[in-house]
Design a protein around this ligand. Structure first.
Ligand code: MN
Length: 709
């Protein structure tokens, strides 16, 4: 299809061909409006922008949708890219078209930080829009398809990003909605962009295989057709080729080479009734030997995207394998068009049951995504559960359950009820005990054995296949880990309280939720969990209970009075009791000031000690102090070192400090959530010169962010 050839006239002709009563005026109006709105824009390849909405509308017309959808397709980029407002659209084209255009605009608008987040969020928006009107997704599909077809004009990285998104989101979604041709085109276009060499190679090989086998397949097809005519059956036989990405997936999945893929080419028989499908299969099986295990009855048990068909492979003439798909016309339409057939002009009847199922699936997906906060989990869900091939099994009461292939008794148990899953300890299949990792087969009757005291095991995650089971097990494990962390956190806090001679009951009397908020946490339990995990230290929490002491009191209580006068002289006063302040740790070389305390002698501070600010109110109590020259003793200095939290940082610093003959009398370290460590050292130093030298060295150590006294 050449997009360049699409004009409003060719579009109108196409629409009239399947819908002779179509409102051609409306289409033309939408076209003119869109053309005017986009008149100053060009596509990246240099053609007028209107070519894009026209091509989108043309794709929609191929899908034989109603006129409103095609008009919305023509208008789909107007709000997003031009000065057009939703109100303009509403006034000119009415509510229905305005809703479609606006939904599409919303879908494309949001930008996100990460790719996965963007995909998940966009996908959710798409689902929400779809659940109101499925035509939104149909237009979005057409838009994406045209963009994919013209992707060669974009730069490599953009091209790959869009192709990946198409492959991961749009193709599975098209498949889930049963639009087979679209899924195939999405997959093959993405494949050709993401793995061009491989794609080209497959194109060559498939062409060669076709050349080799076409004559043979024709022979088989002729033989079948003749036999069917003899039996008086109406059917048409045609060749089908597996699409490239499908071949690639099969090679990957089964770890085989192209030569080993034997259903690249096959035959498709389309007939007029379900009964005829089975009859034809019987005829084929009587002509050639069927290959065991290759027969699939998707008529009796349709795939979850409503796909129906009989599949079988036989050893044909000359011993070559041939694969057959047998289906009715109606089944074929469903396989090709899926949910899109609902919006097909004049074909709204007899589809309701199927649509109800699609809508139910959508609702389920939207519902399940509410429970999954993590974008990645959500995407896994979308990718994982899109078109699972299913097994049908029975409950002991004969109720039928549909589960993905590979499901185990645990999946079955969670499908019944979350609690049945949690308490599941064993299972009987058809009356016999089986391991929990047993893979269910079609027709199995399953009885789950439960025990009230039992809980799920992490090992189950290795074999369950349904998202429901996975999510429930993960949730249970998370809440169990949380419970344990919370209990541990409580114990740690109690120990810390006792250390400060406080009673554990304090935790019950205080407003602990308010304290949790100070740590930016929702509740006390969250705080306990953080303490249990080691993210918050018990000391940090219990600190809040220790009374804030006025500076003087700190000095009185914590300073150790020293009687010896060596090293310090106080002008005008002799033989006085003094101690150095524990707030600023003065050392020889610092400029000092003394503060006369009541009955406790003089406290020596550094002149620049911040505590002095508050003490200095009473200037009369300050005295001048000097270091005596020739002082041989050491003094305690305190250093605060901020580092990145890496293993060995404390050892490195300790080694460095020892290397300059400085003693560490005490140190404590705390780490923060943003991967920083704060280390406090009490050091025995000679004087300020020695300390300054040391500070410089520490500052040069790898990982050190800041050093201060
Ligand atoms: Mn567009």
């Amino acid at each position: 299809m050449l997009e360049e050839d699409v004009t409003i006239d060719s579009l109108t002709i196409k629409v009239l061909s399947y819908n002779p009563d179509a409102d051609v005026e409306l289409l033309r109006k939408a076209y003119v409006f869109s053309r005017e709105a986009h008149c100053s824009q060009k596509r990246i390849e240099g053609t007028p922008y209107i070519n894009h909405p026209l091509s989108v509308a043309d794709i929609l017309a191929d899908m034989k949708v109603d006129v409103a959808t095609i008009a919305a397709g023509l208008l789909h980029d107007t709000i997003e890219d031009t000065g057009t407002t939703p109100r303009d659209i509403k006034e000119i084209f009415g509510d229905e078209i305005a809703f479609l255009v606006e939904s599409l605009t919303k879908l494309g608008k949001i930008e996100f930080k990460t790719k996965e987040e963007a995909q998940a969020e966009n996908f959710r928006k798409m689902l929400l829009a779809m659940s109101e009107d499925i035509r939104v997704i149909i237009i979005k599909f057409a838009d994406r398809l045209h963009n994919m077809r013209t992707l060669q004009f974009l730069p490599e990285n953009k091209r790959r990003r869009i192709a990946t998104e198409t492959l991961e989101i749009y193709a599975p979604l098209a498949n889930r909605l049963g639009i087979g041709w679209l899924k195939i085109e999405f997959e093959d276009l993405s494949f050709s962009i993401l793995m061009p060499e491989l794609y080209d190679e497959l194109v060559r090989k498939v062409a060669k295989r076709k050349e080799e086998q076409e004559g043979y397949l024709k022979e088989v097809a002729d033989a079948v057709e003749e036999k069917l005519r003899e039996e008086g059956l109406h059917a048409r036989v045609s060749g089908r080729v597996k699409h490239y990405y499908g071949i690639y997936q099969k090679m990957q999945r089964q770890r085989i080479t192209f030569d080993q893929v034997n259903d690249v080419l096959g035959l498709r028989i389309i007939t007029d009734s379900n009964a005829a499908c089975y009859t034809i299969m019987g005829i084929i099986h009587s002509l050639w030997t069927p290959i065991p295990g290759r027969f699939k009855d998707y008529i009796a048990m349709p795939k979850s995207n409503m796909y129906q068909s009989l599949h079988t492979s036989v050893i044909g003439p000359k011993g070559e394998r041939v694969e057959f798909q047998i289906r009715t016309e109606d089944m074929h339409n469903i396989a090709e068009e899926g949910i899109a057939s609902h919006w097909k002009y004049k074909e709204k009847d007899a589809m309701e049951d199927r649509d109800a199922k699609y809508i139910a699936w959508l609702r389920e997906l939207i519902q399940s995504q509410k429970e999954l906060r993590d974008a990645r989990e959500f995407l896994e869900e979308v990718k994982g559960e899109v078109v699972p091939e299913v097994v049908y099994v029975f409950t002991p009461t004969g109720e039928i359950k549909e589960l993905p292939v590979g499901s185990t008794p645990v999946d079955f148990a969670y499908d019944i009820h979350t609690q049945v899953g949690h308490k599941c300890v064993g299972a009987k299949v058809n009356g016999r005990i089986v391991p929990l990792r047993y893979q269910l087969r079609n027709g199995d009757t399953i009885e789950i054995i439960t025990s009230p005291s039992h809980g799920p095991s992490r090992d189950w995650l290795k074999f369950v296949v349904t998202q429901r089971a996975k999510n429930r097990i993960k949730q249970w494990i998370k809440s169990e880990e949380r419970k344990q962390s919370s209990e541990l956190g409580m114990k740690l806090l109690e120990v810390e309280l006792r250390k400060h001679h406080l009673k554990p009951a304090l935790l019950k009397t205080e407003d602990m939720d308010a304290i949790a908020k100070e740590f930016s946490m929702q509740s006390f339990d969250d705080l306990l969990v953080s303490v249990g995990y080691g993210k918050v230290s018990p000391h940090q929490v219990i600190n809040r209970f220790l009374p804030e002491k006025p500076p003087e009191e700190i000095l009185l209580r914590e300073a150790r009075p020293r009687r010896e006068q060596k090293g310090i002289s106080i002008k005008g006063i002799d033989h006085i009791l003094y101690h150095t302040a524990k707030c600023c740790f003065p050392i020889p070389g610092d400029v000092l000031v003394g503060f006369v305390t009541r009955g406790r002698g003089v406290t020596i501070h550094r002149r620049d000690c911040p505590n002095l600010e508050s003490l200095a109110i009473d200037n009369a109590r300050l005295v001048d102090v000097d270091w005596k020259p020739g002082n041989e003793t050491t003094s305690t200095a305190r250093l605060m070192v901020e580092t990145v939290d890496r293993p060995g940082v404390i050892a490195d610093l300790s080694a460095l400090i020892s290397s300059v003959n400085v003693n560490i009398s005490h140190f404590e370290a705390t780490t923060t959530q943003d991967k920083k460590a704060f280390i406090n050292f009490n050091l025995e130093v000679r004087d300020k010169i020695q300390l300054s030298g040391l500070i410089q060295k520490i500052a040069q150590t790898e990982g050190v962010l800041r050093v201060r006294r």
